[in-house]
Write a protein that binds this ligand. Structure first.
Ligand SMILES: [Ca+2]
Ligand SMILES: [Ca+2]
Length: 254
């Protein structure tokens, strides 16, 4: 209960916290744009540097508040961002843009990383006695926990703080070593059930053997999560070898 209170306090103080990237696709001009991403969209209109007519595109404001940038900043490819706005999933907005302008529809891609430490993005917990904290560059953010027991009651749990419900790709990171188990059971608890995926911690995410190698992000699968802290990833140490507990990442599946 105490941990839950701490977590809720963290959430109330620091939200929004999740990082977000964008997946952008140029649009054909058919006088409207539609957002087809459950995490929402970000629309951007660019003014190409080779276009010489100094008139604005025909922006038909219907539903959304547009952010117009009449003192635009040059970006690397020589175009200027002149307008942008956010849209919700399934919504359509009227817009027309003449030759020389381009429009991108960008799906928001939320990303939540829970390292082996409590943070605004999530909670990390270990249970049982026998976990050792270790610092090495092979772990995500240079650290991880490992154990040398065969007691299956030892567990490690990552609870991401989900701001937007939806489907997420779930990845784990660990420090690769030949002394680790070849089948670490990671249980993913998601909206509607749970699935256990075993991970060979003697190889990295591309299948390469090694000692003290960073694993890269190994994908456990794609699962649906509700807003909040009901979903989590948990491993136990029932497998033979020195299990590593490092980091979990969720990336919006768009
Ligand atoms: Ca780590
Ligand atoms: Ca063990």
């Amino acid at each position: 209960m105490k941990k839950l209170l701490i977590l809720l306090t963290m959430m109330s103080l620091v939200l929004p916290v999740a990082m977000a990237s964008e997946a952008c696709i140029p649009q054909q001009n058919d006088y409207k744009v539609t957002c087809n991403s459950e995490f929402g969209c970000h629309v951007k209109i660019w003014y190409g540097s080779k276009y010489t007519v100094a008139t604005s595109p025909t922006l038909v404001k219907e539903k959304y508040t547009w952010s117009l940038r009449w003192n635009p900043t040059f970006i690397s490819h020589g175009s200027r961002l002149i307008a942008e706005w956010d849209m919700k999933n399934g919504d359509t907005e009227k817009v027309n843009w003449p030759a020389g302008y381009s429009l991108e529809m960008c799906a928001y891609v939320p990303t939540v990383i829970v390292n082996n430490v409590n943070s605004p993005e999530g909670l990390f917990e270990t249970s049982g006695i026998g976990w050792n904290y270790y610092e090495h560059s092979c772990g995500y953010n240079g650290d991880y926990y490992y154990e040398s027991n065969t007691d299956p009651t030892l567990k490690a749990k990552w609870t991401p703080i989900i701001e937007k419900a939806g489907y997420y790709d779930v990845y784990v990171h660990y420090c690769v070593h030949s002394a680790r188990p070849t089948a670490v059971p990671y249980k993913v608890v998601y909206d509607g059930g749970d699935t256990t995926v075993t991970v060979d911690q003697t190889i990295d995410s591309t299948g390469t053997l090694g000692d003290f190698l960073p694993s890269g992000w190994f994908k456990l699968g794609t699962y649906e999560f509700t807003k909040g802290v009901t979903g989590y990833v948990e491993l136990d140490t029932s497998s033979s070898g020195d299990t590593c507990a490092d980091a979990v990442k969720l990336v919006g599946a768009v």
